[in-house]
Design a protein around this ligand. Structure first.
Ligand SMILES: NC(=O)c1ccc[n+]([C@@H]2O[C@H](COP(=O)([O-])OP(=O)(O)OC[C@H]3O[C@@H](n4cnc5c(N)ncnc54)[C@H](OP(=O)(O)O)[C@@H]3O)[C@@H](O)[C@H]2O)c1
Length: 209
């Protein structure tokens, strides 16, 4: 699949290098595609402008800081129409003490409004970038929650998430972004404030009986 990743930071780099191992085609969308800092990415991906990347991608992944995401969506404009958009952002307060949107709203729902002609799925916000490089920890796949309104789109995104090496868990409804973003914040709190570090993952245990 052609995956356009918007943002070339920690998350964008981890996802692109991992998906490349499953033979997906990676196209990065960058504000400065010619910058020499993109040399490492160009070894396995194209680095283009945001709109060029979005035009080529079957799936678009938003891996931008929350505060820049509306601007990035606006810049891509109609190139996002009818595309699957994976929202990997977390609407974090700058000091990581909480979420800017919570309760009866969420970043995922807000993005679904900004990109109203796209099929938005919340996913890949509830693991550290380090774990996105290698989601298996101590022989167990980290779980990745994904939420969206369209079941067939959720299925496609689940397959992409599984290709990374996660154990995907679908949740029906973009409204569940409210829960996923709280899970993201919980991991950040455990990692940074409780000292568990960045190589931690989620798991749900289910009795098979
Ligand atoms: N880091 C994690 O472990 C982690 C885990 C899960 C979710 N997340 C979420 O994922 C998102 C990205 O996190 P990150 O750690 O990868 O951030 P990061 O390392 O700071 O990278 C952010 C990227 O976004 C780009 N960017 C900023 N403003 C932009 C704009 N207006 N248009 C296009 N690109 C823009 C930056 O480009 P320039 O190089 O041009 O500045 C940079 O490449 C955040 O929302 C974060 O909450 C992070």
């Amino acid at each position: 699949m052609k995956i356009a990743i918007i943002g070339t930071g920690n998350v964008g780099t981890a996802l692109g290098s991992n998906w490349k191992k499953s033979n997906h085609e990676i196209i990065y969308g960058s504000r400065s595609p010619q910058d020499e800092k993109n040399i490492e990415l160009e070894k396995f991906a194209q680095v283009l402008t945001l709109s060029q990347a979005a035009m080529l991608g079957d799936v678009i992944v938003l891996a931008t800081p929350w505060q820049s995401t509306e601007e990035a969506i606006n810049e891509m404009g109609s190139t996002l129409d009818a595309k699957i958009v994976i929202d990997a952002t977390n609407p974090l307060k700058p000091d990581l003490s909480g979420l800017l949107l919570y309760g009866d709203n969420s970043g995922g729902e807000q993005i679904a409004k900004w990109a109203s002609k796209s099929k938005v799925v919340k996913a890949l916000n509830s693991a550290f970038a380090k774990v996105m490089e290698q989601p298996e920890i101590n022989g167990v796949k980290s779980m990745m929650l994904i939420a969206g309104d369209d079941l067939s789109v959720l299925h496609t995104v689940a397959e992409l998430v599984d290709d990374l090496g996660f154990q995907s868990q679908k949740m029906n409804g973009i409204r569940n972004s409210r829960l996923l973003e709280m899970v993201g914040l919980t991991l950040i709190t455990l990692g940074y404030k409780e000292g568990l570090g960045y190589e931690i993952g989620l798991s749900i245990l289910k009795n098979k009986k």
